[in-house]
Write a protein that binds this ligand. Structure first.
Ligand SMILES: [Zn+2]
Length: 75
């Protein structure tokens, strides 16, 4: 456990553009799986290989309007 490598990755649902984050964990053995959107049931991400994703969470902090950034630009 001491040398587990965890990274947070972000994914966007292809169906409804909902953003999710998941924790990627490196493994010595291959894993496979997929995660479906809880809103529209599209497959947000599927994986197979020596890593696994867990801890899927919807990102609720983004503003609903995309393409308009107003975070800390200072104008
Ligand atoms: Zn969706």
């Amino acid at each position: 456990m001491a040398n587990s490598i965890w990274t947070i990755e972000e994914f966007t649902c292809p169906g409804c553009s909902m953003s999710y984050t998941a924790t990627r964990e490196e493994h010595a053995e291959a894993h496979s799986g997929s995660f479906k959107c809880s809103i529209c049931s599209s497959v947000v991400h599927s994986w197979s290989g020596k890593h696994h994703f867990f801890g899927w969470e919807a990102v609720k902090t983004k503003p609903p309007v995309f393409g308009r950034r107003w975070a800390g630009v200072g104008w």
